[in-house]
Write a protein that binds this ligand. Sequence first.
Ligand SMILES: NC(=O)c1ccc[n+]([C@@H]2O[C@H](COP(=O)([O-])OP(=O)(O)OC[C@H]3O[C@@H](n4cnc5c(N)ncnc54)[C@H](OP(=O)(O)O)[C@@H]3O)[C@@H](O)[C@H]2O)c1
Length: 319
Amino acid sequence: MNKILIVGFGNVGQAFFELFHEKRKLLGLEDTAIYEISSTTYGHIKNPSQLTIDQIKAGKLSVERQDATETIRESEADIVCEFTQVNIKDGEPASSHIRTALECGKNVITTNKGPMALHYEELTGLAMKRGVQLKFKGTVMAGTPSFNLLKLLPGAEVQKIRGIFNGTTNFILSEMAKGKSFGECLALAQSMGIAEADSSMDIDGFDSALKAIIFSKVIGWSKHNLGNMEIKGIRGISITDGHCSSVLKLLVSIDKEEASVKPTILSRGDPLASVDGVLNAVEITTDTLGKIISIGPGAGRTATAQAVMTDLMEIVRTN
Ligand SMILES: NC(=O)c1ccc[n+]([C@@H]2O[C@H](COP(=O)([O-])OP(=O)(O)OC[C@H]3O[C@@H](n4cnc5c(N)ncnc54)[C@H](OP(=O)(O)O)[C@@H]3O)[C@@H](O)[C@H]2O)c1
């Protein structure tokens, strides 16, 4: 039996809980169970597989709250799903959760960009040392294929990556192209639930930058980090007449030597120019195939839960 412990039961945690139970039979996962949940809000819930989200939220079957790190250490689970909030200063508390799980010989799935962008080498090295898997597909473009496409291309050498990695800013720029101001479009995105009340991570380019760092580390371009890459967001930007025959995008651009996130004018013939609204996209240039492109949702509860299912299936198949 594969036993899963979920740490952090917000949007992604709850969506994964629902999707797992919806797809369990279809995927032949009868031998895998969500065994435990560690939540600062709902308590420490044991054996939640038979419960509905509402029952979990009611908290009647939870035991006294316990520090998540302690729960990870004591848990019998062999797969820890880490879904706590992102912190771009030091990745905490997620980094400690992941480190503890790996040290205890548990596989880890995370959707949290902080630990993967800030401590990639340490955490992947620790996973290798302990002979367990660390999966993080949900950190870049949710369930839409992104860096995991590279597994299908053995031997292909990646030369360049261009991407639209943030749906909030892409939505704002797409709306601005219709003649509205930045402020109007940000307010619209917030009223539609596309942007958070504090959307600075998106608007100022840091969300895209973290994803760019993770993508580049997967490729093996290890030098890029928040301190040495160019990061420019779209705060207060205006679309001038000069942009009318072209399209403005918050573009991630990475190669072995340089990485940047910045508003970039694309010609209308550029495949990334037609990626509108909340969609994300990545263009991977390889020596064997030239350019390949993947377009799809880059966030959202179910789209992110799909990424976790993708990671889970890989762990279960190789366990
Ligand atoms: N939502 C998306 O579309 C999406 C897409 C890709 C990646 N992600 C990433 O996935 C992660 C989860 O996202 P989400 O949308 O589920 O966020 P969320 O709804 O805000 O949930 C995050 C959960 O983290 C836990 N938490 C918060 N502060 C904590 C603390 N100090 N210590 C321990 N746990 C804490 C809380 O869960 P408990 O109360 O249960 O402890 C909270 O509900 C984030 O890192 C996010 O960046 C999200």
